[in-house]
Ligand binder design. Structure first.
Ligand code: SF4
Ligand code: SF4
Length: 249
């Protein structure tokens, strides 16, 4: 048998690198994500973990997993493209906001101030990746209570859905009453987790270990090596948005 098994789970390495990055001057850190399409098995675990982490309601998704067909019949295949916000270095979504409710933070993450956002959706139209969505305040449990036979557990389910979203380290009002309902929403690399030394939810839940995360200014970081590989590419490079999310094709 050729080759050897990896001696360390990449999550352990990324946690070590995260600790190193958090010890730095934070203005010197630039977060980046790398997604290996050869390892993604299309299980959607990352999408579900993200929705659970951020208490996303119906119609709000930060990280869909898009299925792609490749090749020409009969030599066809299927691959998967998890698509979070690209955290563009040059984000078209920012300049269109009429109330400066969205901007890039020091670590390169495009954030939204829900208190300022008026829900005009200009940014949704401006994003070339479809990475933003509107939160209309729906609940997955809507109408469950009226269905005979589906009554059991409805209170627990609705209580879960009404929990505060932990985003941006602030307790938002009970879901359904004010922000972030009515606002634009998007992936933010789980900033609230990074601030307490945890990797983004999609990274830790990835069954195929296909998602990597770290500080791209650290030359020894796993992501830095992967970004420099010949397999690395970004989506729609011709637009000049300069994503901080890279794919390995
Ligand atoms: S939806 Fe909110 S963040 Fe987007 S452009 Fe309008 S005010 Fe700005
Ligand atoms: S992917 Fe879209 S929402 Fe994210 S920073 Fe780029 S333009 Fe903005």
């Amino acid at each position: 048998m050729s080759g050897s098994l990896p001696t360390e789970d990449p999550l352990i390495r990324m946690y070590r690198e995260l600790k190193r990055a958090l010890a730095k001057d934070q203005s010197q850190v630039k977060w980046a994500m790398v997604i290996d399409q050869a390892k993604c098995i299309g299980c959607h675990a990352c999408a579900v973990a993200c929705a659970s982490e951020n208490r996303l309601g119906p119609g709000v998704i930060y990280r869909p997993v898009i299925e792609q067909e490749t090749g020409t019949y009969p030599n066809v295949g299927r691959r998967f493209l998890p698509r979070p916000c690209m955290q563009c270095e040059n984000p078209p979504c920012v300049s269109v906001c009429p109330v400066t409710a969205t901007w890039k933070n020091a670590q390169g993450v495009t954030v939204i101030d829900y208190n300022r956002c008026i829900g005009c959706r200009y940014c949704l139209a401006a994003c070339p990746y479809g990475a933003r969505c509107s939160d209309f305040g729906g609940f997955y449990t809507t109408r469950t209570a009226e269905e005979p036979g589906l009554v059991q557990g409805r209170y627990a389910a609705r209580a879960y859905e009404k929990q505060n979203a932990p985003e941006y380290g602030q307790p938002w009002g009970e879901r359904g009453k004010g922000s972030p309902v009515g606002n634009a929403r998007k992936c933010h690399f789980c900033l609230h987790r990074l601030e307490v030394g945890q990797l983004p939810s999609c990274v830790t839940s990835c069954v195929g270990r296909a998602t990597y995360f770290g500080d791209r200014t650290d030359p020894a970081a796993l992501v830095s090596g992967l970004i420099g590989s010949a397999r690395a590419y970004t989506l729609k490079p011709e637009l000049g948005t300069r994503p901080a999310v890279f794919y390995l094709g």
